[in-house]
Design a protein around this ligand. Sequence first.
Ligand SMILES: Cc1ncc(COP(=O)(O)O)c(C=O)c1O
Length: 264
Amino acid sequence: DEVVSATPTYFQMAYEATANGASVIYVPVDENYVIDLDGISQAITPDTKLISLVNPNNPLPTCVHKTNMDAFINSLPSGIVVVVDEAYHHYIHTPDYGSCIRYVAEGLPVIVVRTFSKAYGLAGARIGYSAASSQYTNQIASSQMFGMVSNLGQAAAQAALNDTQHVIDTVTLNDQAKEILQDGFTNLGLDYIPSETNFIMFDTGTNASWVASELASKGFQVRTGWGMPQHIRVSTGLLEEMNEFIVALGEILGQDCRERKTPP
Ligand SMILES: Cc1ncc(COP(=O)(O)O)c(C=O)c1O
C-alpha cells in the first residue's frame, strides 16, 4: 500500500504508515510553500490507499485555498481516503481556508483529525478526535488499543470544549505575538513566510543551525531542518518573550541584516 504526503510536513502520519509496512511518496510544496495538490494528484498510483495532508501545514505555516481543496477532493479516484490533520485550525484568519469537515458532512472519503494539544493547551493530556463517516470511525475504533485515552484526558477535553474564552484569548495572544515577530523580522531585513499557525518560518539569510545554536545560548529553543538550511521555525510565546527574541536575533545577526553577521 502507498501513502502520498507533502514534504516538508508533520512526520507522524508517514511514520505510522512506514511502521505498518506502507510506502510513502513525498511531494514537495510549491514555490509559495503551500501543499502542491496538483503534484499530489499526479503522484497517485494504483497502490495509493491514503493521502495525508496537514492543513495548515507544519513546519510551513501555510494553508491550502478552499477552492483548490474542493477541486482536489472532487477529482480523486475512488478507493482513496484523505486524512487531513487540522491541528492548527483555530489560528487561521484567511478567508481562503475552509475546514475539511465539510466533506465529511457530504459523505466524501475524508477523515479530519484534530488535537487538544494546540489552542486548547492540553498537549500533556494526549487527546484528540477525528471526524469521519462511521465506515471509517468503526475501523479506527476496532484497531485502537484499550484505554488509549485516560479519564483525566477526557475530562480535560470536555472542559476545554466548553471554555471558548480560553481559545479566544490564546488566538488573540498568538496574533499579537506573531505581529511582534513579523515587525521584528521586517525591521531586521529578514524574509518570513506568512503564518496561519502558532509558529513562523523565517529566512536567516545565513546558516540557520549556527543562528539556532546562538539563540539556544541565549535561552531560545527553535527548530531547523527540513532541507531548508537558512530557515528557522520559531513558535509564539508571551509578548515579552517575543520582544526578547527579536532583540537576541538582532544581536546575533546584526541590527541590519543587509550587513549581516555571518558564522565565524
Ligand atoms: C500537524 C500536527 N499534528 C499533530 C501534532 C501533535 O498532536 P498531539 O499532541 O495530539 O500528538 C502536532 C504537533 O506539533 C502537529 O504539528
